[in-house]
Design a protein around this ligand. Structure first.
Ligand code: ADP
Ligand code: MG
Ligand code: MG
Length: 882
């Protein structure tokens, strides 16, 4: 049999979307369901592809099928295209598989010409209506097919309205429209050097081609790239008999959602415009009425529409976005599709549909996009507030905050200590600003991108942050910033919206995130089905408690370096690093020990009964020392002073020597991770003793503390073996000294390819593996993240060299292969080896899916992403259940 390129509406179905496009498939489905849909046919996406492979021509075979479908349509409705006595008018509507705003605009009233328009006038006894249709058709066809811009037509229309002294189109008469039409045709002749096509079959042919061609216009192309839609899907074309909402006050057109798309409330939501056609409702030419008004104007239509809306919802089992038209008191359905909705609405609708018995819990779980939930987990600006936006930067970390401007981390820390709310404004941030970031409500930087220090740290903390806000001219000396002609001084109030990147003047009302009852319900269902645990990355008790509140089942990564960076500890840490003798170093470590113990007590207490994976010190030591260049400047200044303090100079020189000694050519691959523990075992010993003393103390209080000690950056089993011995020895020592027995485990990060490649060896020394996918991605690709993201990665993604940024979305084929290999090798020697992921990928849905499929026991992500991960984990389980 020949390939079928054209389907009448009653030959299609909703599940033929890829062939008929979304619009066509749903028109067919509604037709089958017996709803009042004007008849028509759909030319398939395959015809579109055939059009392109034949060198942009419609083959005779396809043309013949189109002609046959048109003849059948004419027969069914008893009208003929181009017949002046009884003309068939049609709309030509593009319809891709995925809704694509870039595609060709719909052409209405096709089939009108100088003759048929008279027929239409006579037939309806309504010349005004007929000429209104014709002028609309000329304008749409000329714009879309002939390339004569709308704007020219609007100008003519405005002129005519002005000379007739009327405001609305509806006030123009048949004669006015005839005048408009004459001018339109003249415009077309002038612009295209040709007459407006009068032959309806030529009109139809050109319209169909234009739809095909629009598949490859620039707008569509860009849209597909942004939304990752393949270029070879093609678009379908729908040719449909016209119905007319512009036939008088018993006619009209409208759009409606079956539920409120911003709240999810179960109520018809939409607008209706009397005596109007097509896009008039949304074009804003007159103010439409809310759909509820239809109840008064056309009570019967309203009731019928309500019934149909309910039927469509029940049929599609989802909230629908519906287009309809009323022609002289008769209702027609022109489109239905699943409606776009906000995240809160998505959650409410999914849960409500379960309660209404329309979908199962699992379907509800699949209905909500985890990515959208981000906005529900942060504070927002009250949508009713009046705002004065003064600048816009990158939306680096979502959430909103108000506070007084400070330009210095120490001051931020001090003021916050006094109970003040502050926003930290800096050109950029460094690890030395951490305490200020902790203290601030939010952070703004004038430099740096979405992966700058400020952005990454703020996201981890769940704090609002705007980066790269380049229009802010920050003057740190004068303690102010300027933007346009606003000057904002230290202490002035500003507000920021990290979800949009807006900086606002003054304090604005904020709304706290509340997990709605529906959201909580959905997450409970997620917990019922998911077969992979969700933990959080948290470094302090507050974050740990937040994570617990959001449903985390443990801490997957507790970094200890932030504990070293607290303002009162930096001098001691420096003392430890600068120590010339073991004796000196021990003294410094002894001072740090009780502080660390306190840190661990706090976090283990917060996570009582749940596992806490504590990673021993990871970054290179120079990160705790002053910056080399700054030090040089200081020293030079000191030396130039007449009354310089010799002792101070000697101290600085000493520091400089040490900083130089610790300088590395490539710190990321340098002296860090367990390599520190190997060369300075006393540092790790101190940390381990602190962990176990904290554990013993909590146990004494009857608190179930469950530490898991994690050794970073292992590449060879010998490293882990030696570090394991160190940990075991200290554990025994603490048990002896406290008389407490406690359980603990020892594991390692897998973040160096060699560790994955030799995971069977490494597993002999490990109770668990935790995939540190940030470093594993760096070391697998040989990318240094900061350099890659700052320099070339963006281009790679844009030109599709890489499908995604591998630091955001796990590279399953490369990095993922190492993870799979480590899983297999590791479990081949230790079948119950526990596996988790603690890189940023642990909160990303496609990476979570991969982790589930690979057999990991848990994912770990920032506390604020825990609910997102719970949902994503449930979706992964439903899709790939074992
Ligand atoms: P879009 O994809 O941009 O929504 P549509 O193809 O749905 O474009 O059509 C644009 C407008 O024209 C809509 O308001 C639609 O309801 C209306 N329309 C489309 N076809 C017809 C028709 N056969 N009769 C009356 N109105 C129509
Ligand atoms: Mg539409
Ligand atoms: Mg690492």
């Amino acid at each position: 049999m020949n390939q079928k390129f054209v389907y009448l509406f009653d030959e299609g179905r909703a599940d033929m979307k890829s062939l008929l496009g979304g619009k066509g498939a749903n028109l067919a489905e509604m037709t089958r369901a017996g709803l009042p849909v004007p008849p028509g046919f759909t030319i398939t996406t395959e015809a579109c592809n055939a059009f392109y492979s034949a060198g942009r021509t419609i083959s005779p075979e396809i043309q013949q099928q189109i002609d046959a479908a048109l003849a059948e349509l004419e027969k069914r409705v008893g009208k003929k295209l181009g017949d002046p006595a009884n003309p068939l008018l049609v709309s030509v509507r593009s319809g891709a598989v995925f809704s694509m705003p870039g595609m060709m605009d719909t052409i209405l009233n096709l089939g009108l010409n100088d003759e048929t328009v008279k027929g239409l006038a006579e037939l309806t006894g309504n010349p005004r209506f007929a000429y209104d249709c014709y002028r609309r058709f000329i304008q749409m066809f000329s714009d879309v097919v002939l390339g004569v811009d709308h704007y020219h037509f609007e100008q003519i229309l405005d002129q005519v309205k002005e000379t007739r002294v009327v405001r609305h189109d509806t006030e123009l008469t048949a004669e006015d429209w005839q005048d408009v039409i004459a001018r339109y045709k003249e415009l077309v002749r002038k612009e295209t050097k040709d007459d407006f096509p009068q032959d309806p079959s030529v009109q139809l042919d050109r319209a169909i081609r234009a739809v095909f061609l629009s598949w490859n216009n620039q707008r569509a192309f860009v849209y597909r790239r942004i939304n990752k839609i393949p270029d070879d899907l093609g678009t379908a074309v729908n040719v449909q008999m016209m119905v007319f909402g512009n036939m008088g006050d018993d006619s009209g057109t409208g759009v409606a959602f079956t539920r409120n798309p911003s709240t999810g409330e179960k109520e018809l939501y939409g607008e209706f415009l009397v005596n109007a056609q097509g896009e008039d409702v949304v074009a804003g030419i007159r103010t439409p009425q809310p759909i509820s008004a239809l109840k008064e104007i056309m009570p019967e239509i309203f009731q019928q529409f309500q019934e149909i809306a309910a039927r469509l919802e029940a049929h599609y089992k989802d909230m629908q976005d519906i287009e309809f038209t009323v022609e002289r008191g008769k209702l027609y359905m022109l489109q239905t599709r699943s409606g776009k909705r906000t995240a809160p609405a998505a959650v409410k609708i999914a849960v409500d549909l379960v309660a209404e018995g329309l979908i199962s819990k699992e379907e509800a779980l699949l209905r909500v996009d985890p990515d959208g939930l981000d906005q529900l987990l942060h504070r927002r600006i009250d949508p009713d507030a009046k705002l004065q936006v003064i600048a816009k930067g990158l939306p680096a970390s979502p959430g909103a905050a108000s506070g007084q401007v400070v330009f210095d981390a120490d001051l931020a820390d001090k003021l916050a200590g006094e109970g003040k709310k502050v926003i930290l404004v800096r050109p950029e941030t460094t690890p030395e600003d951490i305490h200020g970031m902790v203290a601030a409500q939010g952070i703004v930087t004038s430099r740096g991108g979405m992966t700058s220090h400020a952005a990454v740290v703020a996201r981890g903390m769940g704090k609002p942050c705007i980066c790269g806000c380049e229009s802010l001219r920050i003057d740190l000396r004068a303690k102010q910033f300027a933007v346009d002609d606003h000057v904002v001084k230290e202490g002035d109030w500003i507000s920021i919206d990290g979800a949009t990147g807006r900086v606002l003047l003054g304090e604005v009302p904020l709304i706290d995130p509340v997990l709605s009852p529906e959201f909580k319900q959905l997450l409970e269902w997620a917990d019922e089905v998911r077969q992979i645990d969700v933990r959080a990355n948290a470094d302090n008790p507050e974050d740990a408690l937040k994570a617990r509140e959001f449903g985390a089942q443990g801490i997957g990564l507790c970094r200890t370096e932030h504990m070293f960076m607290a303002i009162d500890r930096v001098p001691i840490v420096q003392e430890m690093i600068l120590a010339e003798t073991d004796e000196e170093r021990r003294r410094a470590l002894d001072k740090l020990l009780p502080m660390q113990q306190g840190d661990f007590e706090g976090i283990l207490r917060a996570m009582e009964g749940l596992p806490v994976t504590i990673r021993l010190l990871d970054p290179p030591l120079h990160e705790f020392l002053p910056n080399l260049e700054e030090l040089l400047v200081e020293l030079t200044k000191l030396r130039m002073q007449e009354d310089a303090d010799r002792e101070q100079i000697r101290e600085k020189e000493n520091l400089l020597r040490k900083v130089r000694a610790l300088h590395e050519f490539n710190p990321m691959l340098g002296h860090r991770g367990c390599r520190l523990g190997m060369t300075f075992p006393e540092i790790y010993e101190m940390q381990v003793v602190a962990i176990f003393r904290a554990t013993a103390k909590l146990r004494q209080e009857g608190i179930d503390a469950r530490p898991e000690v994690m050794i970073p950056l292992v590449g060879h089993v010998n490293e882990l073996r030696i570090m394991r011995e160190l940990v075991v020895e200290k554990a025994n020592q603490v048990m002896e000294e406290t008389g407490q027995r406690f359980e603990y485990t020892i594991g390692t990060m897998i973040e160096i390819p060699r560790a994955a490649l030799t995971a069977d060896e490494i597993a002999t020394e490990a109770d668990f593996f935790s995939f540190g996918t940030n470093d594993l991605t760096q070391t697998t690709f040989g990318f240094s993240r900061d350099d890659a993201e700052g320099k070339f990665l963006h281009q790679y993604v844009q030109h599709k060299v890489l499908p995604d940024n591998p630091f955001a979305v796990l590279d399953q084929t490369g990095v993922g292969k190492l993870i799979q290999m480590a899983e297999q090798l590791g479990r081949s020697v230790k079948p119950d080896l526990k596996l988790g992921i603690c890189g940023e990928h642990g909160g990303e849905k496609s990476s979570i899916e991969f982790c589930y499929k690979t057999g990991l026991n848990y994912v770990s992500c920032s506390p604020f992403r825990v609910p997102i991960a719970r949902l994503a984990a449930a979706q992964a389980t439903i899709k790939h259940r074992k």
